[in-house]
Design a protein around this ligand. Structure first.
Ligand code: HEC
Ligand code: HEC
Length: 349
């Protein structure tokens, strides 16, 4: 291979790796619609979501200050998702997903779309107070007045923020996955919606032909987090849904050696990897007194940086660093219970 070919090959790899970056060789896509009603979410002339869109709710939802959320997927007619890699589903060109946030009324709807060149684009739409439509937010995000939001303000993230969370894994789609849509839902998962027949799961998606090539064993034995107890299962699931999109072994933060994502195809190995990256593992984070700290110390949440950084009121240290103003007290209680009563004591590293 000539040097030029090697370079070209490298460019292709980058263009397809996260699935997010645009392939420079392709023409510009049409501009983002200015209004949510033009993205295809609604029956024209209404704010009624089209019946053919697929409603879903991940079993381990992301905490967003207690906002209400609804989510939908739409595929082009006749298209389907290749689920042969259980943890990296391949979505067809033309896939659209929406996520609506509400505080009593709809405040924001986020939108992702897979373009003809295979890249993905991200947008946020801000609802008017009358609830008749939502307008494209500026690329850098914005803040809007919402009486029932904490502090009366609601922050709409910018497109770079979208990428901070959505560009770190095998696919930018985070909540529409084998583990998140398992029919074997975790009863202890914080803030999860109750499962209704209207919400899709792996079996209904396979039966409708929305997903194809999912390994048969995952239909027979639906994916679940591997854990020794119900508390540990919910704790690892919570970390997967709220932290694993940044903290995993493939994304931009892989060098931190902090793996909080679980794999539907390899639950045992991924859970072990998570514990190995936490238990007794030295932390780079220094408390005020500058002492050496550990990510997770079995039996002591006060000495576990993981719990300390979820709880702290300091926005510079709080985890996750984006999208949270109000600490998730239910999840913190779960993580503390897990650390105090459930974790195996292992030798320090
Ligand atoms: C703090 C991390 C974070 C940020 C920032 C973020 N997202 Fe997400 N998003 C997630 C996670 C995690 C999920 C899946 C879990 C859920 O929906 O509760 C998700 C789900 C979605 C979904 C539903 C499809 C899917 O991937 O499951 C859409 C659409 C979406 N986000 C769009 C956006 C857009 C557009 C932005 C920027 C304006 C954005 N998100 C910013 C973490 C984030
Ligand atoms: C938007 C990406 C993002 C999300 C989501 C996120 N983190 Fe982080 N996290 C970071 C970055 C960047 C660092 C390294 C810089 C720092 O320590 O602040 C980090 C550092 C950490 C560390 C310190 C690691 C060490 O060696 O000291 C811990 C522990 C941690 N995160 C836990 C969590 C937990 C728990 C969650 C979910 C509740 C979470 N993070 C969600 C980006 C993220």
């Amino acid at each position: 291979m000539k040097a030029f070919d090697i370079l070209a090959a490298a460019v292709v790899v980058i263009a397809t790796a996260g699935g997010v970056r645009a392939d420079a060789a392709n023409v510009d896509p049409p501009p983002l619609p200015q209004r949510l009603s033009d993205t295809g979410l609604f029956v024209p002339g209404t704010t009624t979501v089209r019946a053919e869109h697929i409603a879903f709710s991940p079993q381990y939802p992301l905490w967003s200050d207690g906002t209400g959320k609804r989510r939908w997927l739409s595929l082009p007619p006749g298209a389907s998702i290749d689920a042969s890699k259980p943890d990296a589903w391949d979505f067809p060109v033309g896939t659209k997903l929406w996520k609506e946030f509400s505080y009593g009324r709809s405040v924001e709807t986020r939108f992702v779309e897979r373009l003809a060149d295979g890249s993905w684009r991200f947008a946020a739409y801000v609802w008017n107070e009358q609830g008749t439509d939502a307008e494209l937010a500026p690329p850098r995000g914005t803040a809007i007045a919402v009486a029932s939001a904490p502090g009366g303000r609601y922050a709409v993230p910018g497109r770079l923020d979208c990428l901070a969370c959505h560009d770190g894994g095998a696919t930018p789609v985070l909540g529409f996955s084998a583990l998140q849509l398992s029919p074997d839902r975790d009863p202890l998962a914080p803030h999860a919606d109750a499962k209704t027949p209207q919400l899709a799961d792996l079996r209904s998606l396979a039966a409708r032909g929305v997903i194809r090539n999912l390994p048969q064993r995952l239909l027979e034995n639906p994916p679940r987090v591997a854990a020794a107890s119900p508390t540990a299962r919910a704790a690892l699931g919570y970390l997967h849904g709220n932290c694993g999109h940044c903290h995993n072994d493939s994304g931009a933060l892989a060098s931190l050696d902090l793996a909080l994502a679980q794999q539907a195809a390899a639950p045992q190995a991924s859970a072990e990897r998570t514990l190995q990256s936490l238990l007794g593992h030295a932390s780079r984070f220094r408390p005020h007194d500058g002492s050496q700290s550990k990510r997770l110390v079995a039996g002591s949440d006060a000495d576990s940086v993981l719990a300390v950084r979820m709880k702290t009121a300091n926005p510079m240290a709080r985890m996750p660093p984006l999208g949270v103003k109000v600490s998730d007290s239910e999840a913190i209680a779960l993580i503390e219970r897990w650390i105090k009563t459930d974790l195996p004591t292992v030798e320090e590293k």
